[in-house]
Design a protein around this ligand. Structure first.
Ligand code: MN
Length: 246
């Protein structure tokens, strides 16, 4: 539910291999201008869905692309990667981040709700506050917030996409144990995330299944069916959402 296919060194080869392996991918983007090209990586295959995004770490550089965002928003049911980043390096651009994120949430609200893959590093509190008035299906990707913030997010009905890089940490494991099982989704966050020093590939998602199986004390086959059930449920809710809005 969160992979940057377009940012791999050989994106065409990577996406072709994903299609050969029958992987389902939510292919997120970091700028609105990247959406069309990234979508073309999927060809006509519906296993790869392309989300429209504007990453908080580039908000100050790409805020002028909000116009493109608005033009494209009706063409997809998926938004991401969007959000806020409160870490030291990006806090100086907080005003722009907030402007971009608020604009996106408002646009999403007006367009009838979407699945949104959200970055909340060092900004979980603010992200949750902004989400309060938005009709959408939020997925908190690689969540690292506090216990209290996690509880709030769970209360708000958020989904959580978790991957190998998160699940190898003690904190990541403790978070996923607290999340309702019906809200757990998988992600790699490749090529940003690494595993064993190497860039993670979409087909390495098996690692997350093994980790979840160990952390949740559940056979891998059950993890697989849980994830498949959760993902279908999320997509079904999104379709219903869009229908009821029309
Ligand atoms: Mn990402």
């Amino acid at each position: 539910m969160h992979c940057h296919l377009d940012l791999y060194p050989r994106p065409h080869e990577v996406s072709q291999t994903c299609l050969q392996k029958n992987l389902y991918i939510l292919s997120v983007t970091t700028t609105p201008s990247a959406w069309r090209g990234t979508k073309s990586l999927a060809g006509n295959n519906s296993r790869i869905r392309t989300a429209l995004g504007l990453h908080p770490q580039v908000a100050h550089l790409r805020k002028n692309e909000l116009e493109i965002f608005d033009e494209l928003v009706s063409k997809t049911k998926y938004i991401g990667e969007v959000g806020l980043d409160g870490s030291k390096a990006f806090k100086p651009f907080w005003k722009d981040q907030l402007l971009v994120f608020r604009h996106i949430l408002k646009t999403v609200n007006n367009s009838g709700g979407k699945i949104i893959s959200i970055h909340s590093k060092g900004a979980a509190e603010n992200v949750l506050a902004e989400l309060r008035n938005t009709e959408c299906l939020p997925i908190l990707h690689w969540f690292t917030g506090s216990k209290k913030q996690l509880e709030k997010a769970i209360d708000m009905g958020c989904w959580f996409s978790v991957g190998p890089a998160m699940l190898k940490t003690k904190n990541g494991q403790s978070i996923v144990k607290k999340v309702p099982k019906s809200k757990i989704l998988l992600e790699t966050d490749g090529p940003f995330a690494k595993i064993g020093g190497a860039i993670i590939m979409p087909w390495n998602i098996d690692i997350a299944v093994t980790q979840l199986s160990e952390t949740l004390n559940m056979p891998s086959t059950e993890v697989n069916s849980l994830i498949s059930r959760n993902t279908k449920n999320l997509l079904w809710q999104n379709d219903r959402f869009n229908r009821s809005k029309k």
